[in-house]
Structures are given as C-alpha cells and as structure tokens.
Design a protein around this ligand. Sequence first.
Ligand code: BGC
Length: 272
Amino acid sequence: MIELKFKDQVVIVTGSSSGIGKACALHFGSNGAHVVVNYSSNEEAGREVVEEIRSNGGSAILVRADVSEEEDVKALFAEAVNQFGRVDVLVSNAGLQQDAPFLEMTLAQWQKVIDINLTGQFLACREAAKQFIAQDQSVNRNAHSELAIGKIVLMSSVHDVIPWAGHVNYAASKGGVMMFMKSISQELAPYKIRVNSVSPGAIKTPINKEVWSDPDKYKSLLQLIPYKRIGTAQDVAKAVAWLASDDSDYVNGETLYIDGGMTLYPEFADNG
Ligand code: BGC
C-alpha cells in the first residue's frame, strides 16, 4: 500500500488552470489531497484540471478568483473552508509576464505584473496565514506533534536573482517575492507556519512557448542550462510537494532553485 503524502490535507493552488500550477494541482490530487483549483479567466481549462483529478480518484473543486483582488482572495479561502472545512497548504503560484523593453514599458504593463505576481502573493499568503491560525487546531493531523500546522510555498523564479532585460517588471516582482517570502517566514515561524519558495528556470509551459517552440531560440535557451534540457512542470511540482510536506519540516524561509543549473553562470564554464 503506497502512503498518500497529502491524505485529506486541503491544498489551495492559485493559478492552477495551466502550467506549473496545473501540474501542482494534479500532483497533490494524486497524493490524497483535497485540491482547490483556482483560475481567473479560463474556466474551461480549470474545469479540465478538476475533471482530471477526479478521474484519477482524487478530490477537487474549482474556484474563480483574481489574486490581485482582495475580495476574490477572501472568497477563495472562504469557499475552500466551506467545502473542505480547513486549509493545510497554500501554493501561491499565480503569475504572468507582460514583456516590453524598459524604455517602452507602460505603467499598465508594470502595474499588472506587480499586481498579480507580488500583491497577489501578499493577499493569498496573508489569507492563508490567518486561516492556519484561526482554524480548529485540534483536528489538525499535526496538533500533537512539533510539525508545522500550515505550509506555504510561493512561486518565484530564477529571475529573483538573475537580472532580465526586457522583463524588468517580472524580475522586480520575483525579487520582491523573495524578500516578501523570507520576511513572512520569519514572522510566521513562531506560529508553526512554514513559508518557502521555489524558483524555476526554463520550464516548458505556456508562459515561454514563444521561446521553446522556435528551434533557434530553443537552441540558445539550452546554452543557458548546464543540464541541457528544458524543465517540466512536474519537475517543479515534485519540489513544491516536498516543501509542503512534513519531510521538509525544518526548512524555513528558503528558496529552492529548480533550474538545471541556470543560476550557475553557465557562460563562465569555458570563459572568464
Ligand atoms: C520565466 C520564463 C523563462 C524562465 C527562465 C521564468 O521565470 O517565466 O519565461 O523562460 O524564467 O528565463
């Protein structure tokens, strides 16, 4: 009998109708969790994720929420609690890119990315922390142990340390995510809430399709990856699950790079 790592834990994954969020939702779903699948505009895609979890024998619901809207985020958590009674894990994943050269970047492009990627994580994490603290601890599986009562994993990016011309809104948002994550981790640890983030490199998802679907761009992308392959959303989902599990209970305020070595300055391998 295989042990289901997240049996009966309630896991909210923001932005889980596609890409890395979807892979996380499916992974938690096949590991026994009750999954709250969240989308903001593509309802059809969200419904497909829920169907896939259920057809694999898992449990999931679909909730629409724009993470940059305070009332939407509150309603997302209220619906999770209404359906499943509690929340154990938040994967604060929803994010996007709106690329433009710096000299041409509009305030709207800047603001949109900061709103979703940074303010959205603030709103989701704040709601999760409040819920973890307020809910009935006696029914928490970790109530009579030293283990965390709630876990948060934020979606950052290698661009929380790698500067990225042409994407300054995105890089600024992810740099912000790193210090936000570390600061709330420091603040929430005494409540036995663990907060960490993952920083994916080039992962084959819709967000960077323009790069991996073009043979020339794909070839030059591989030069930035010592491990010489593009990542999969499952590569990231497995690391997220580890950070959300009791196996990483003593890991707090850390950023785990899942990037095939992209942050190793690959251009220095035969240069410098
Ligand atoms: C971006 C991708 C990019 C990758 C590596 C990610 O955070 O969303 O578009 O391919 O970083 O540069």
